[in-house]
Ligand binder design. Structure first.
Ligand SMILES: NC(=O)c1ccc[n+]([C@@H]2O[C@H](COP(=O)([O-])OP(=O)(O)OC[C@H]3O[C@@H](n4cnc5c(N)ncnc54)[C@H](OP(=O)(O)O)[C@@H]3O)[C@@H](O)[C@H]2O)c1
Length: 317
């Protein structure tokens, strides 16, 4: 079947490790696995890390990439795929599609039947394909980890990214005052259209915030600390710009800050996110929808950092 996969890894030039071509049909490691016909998928920064070899050792190659999918189950139902799989071979006890098990950038993907959630009424498959990784991560950062119900103001760093645009859209829909930084003036203009106050990286905010959404890392972490109100939660799920920031510990204890790490979310949290989006009519921020035949262009755009929101792949085109 047609697929986009890592044929090798390349730490310096990840796009050179991407191949589009034929791969074997999915196999079912267990009786409770099913095959989903993928109708739409979306890119995540995780796919670039995989091509660099982060979390993808040579003995697992070739590996079909892609964490997110929406499609059709064997009974003809429209479904959203929860991408974390129980994995005793991984030290975390779980892995995300495309780490140990083939991913979603293919005509078909195999997953446990329990990983399938019904597509909410009124939601398109292309919108749903944005939610399982970036949006789920942002949802858990805000709710379970950030305890945003108790917050008045939220700061989102690096606002152009998939997780970050999700956090802005969700926090605005929850009625919070949202501040967002981006290096790019055009992205700041677009984030303001979502209802956030957009500022340059490092800018002093008009107030301290109760929750900070951090996926950038070293480039923004000091600003996150300085912008945090007493007892604030700085929730970290990524470090695109470096994972070893300088941390002012005096500020951490004096302001009684919580620095909280998180990864992805549970299947129940994805169900809650789907319900929230359906009921509040919140839809993902989509940069563009590209046909599968142009998936290499989408990878190049993500790598270049020019994306605003999610890049969706239409597997029917
Ligand atoms: N732990 C998890 O479960 C989990 C889940 C999803 C994602 N992640 C991680 O979270 C990060 C974001 O993922 P994503 O898919 O949202 O990525 P993305 O769409 O590529 O967005 C990355 C954003 O980071 C900002 N950025 C990059 N380099 C920067 C720099 N040097 N200085 C300031 N800002 C910079 C950019 O914002 P501006 O251009 O607007 O400044 C960019 O839009 C990745 O590292 C990813 O691996 C982790």
């Amino acid at each position: 079947m047609r697929a986009a996969f890592a044929s090798r890894t390349d730490a310096d030039n990840p796009l050179a490790a991407l191949t589009v071509g034929e791969q074997p049909e999915p196999v079912h490691p267990d009786d409770d696995w099913v095959t989903v016909q993928v109708r739409a998928s979306s890119l995540n920064h995780h796919d670039i890390w995989s091509l660099r070899g982060v979390g993808l050792p040579a003995d697992r190659l070739p590996m079909i990439l892609g964490c997110d999918a929406a499609g059709i189950d064997p009974d003809g139902n429209e479904v959203v795929v929860y991408p974390l799989i129980a994995d005793p071979g991984d030290p975390r006890g779980i892995s995300i599609l495309s780490e140990h098990f083939p991913g979603t950038f293919a005509e078909r993907v195999a997953v446990p039947r329990s990983s399938l959630l019904p597509l909410p009424a009124g939601m398109s498959l292309t919108d749903a394909a944005c939610l399982p990784t970036a949006w789920l991560t942002a949802w858990r950062m805000l709710t379970t980890k950030g305890r945003v119900d108790d917050a008045a103001a939220v700061l989102v760093q690096g606002a152009g990214g998939g997780v970050a645009t999700a956090a802005v859209a969700l926090a605005v829909a929850m009625g919070k005052r949202v501040y967002a930084t981006s290096r790019d003036a055009a992205k700041r203009a677009r984030i303001a259209e979502l209802g956030a106050t957009a500022v340059e990286p490092g800018a002093r905010l008009p107030e301290r915030v109760d929750v900070v959404i951090e996926t950038v890392g070293a480039a923004t972490f000091d600003h996150s600390l300085k912008s945090a109100a007493p007892m604030a939660r700085i929730v970290v799920s990524g470090a695109t710009a470096g994972h070893e920031p300088t941390v002012n510990l005096r500020r951490v204890f004096a302001m009684q800050l919580e620095i909280v790490g998180t990864s992805m979310g549970t299947c129940d949290e994805l169900r809650d996110l789907l319900t929230f989006c359906a009921q509040r009519k919140v839809r993902p921020v989509v940069d563009s929808v590209v046909p599968f035949s142009r998936i290499e262009d989408a990878f190049a755009q993500l790598h270049a950092g020019t994306v605003f929101g999610k890049l969706v792949v239409d597997h029917t085109a």
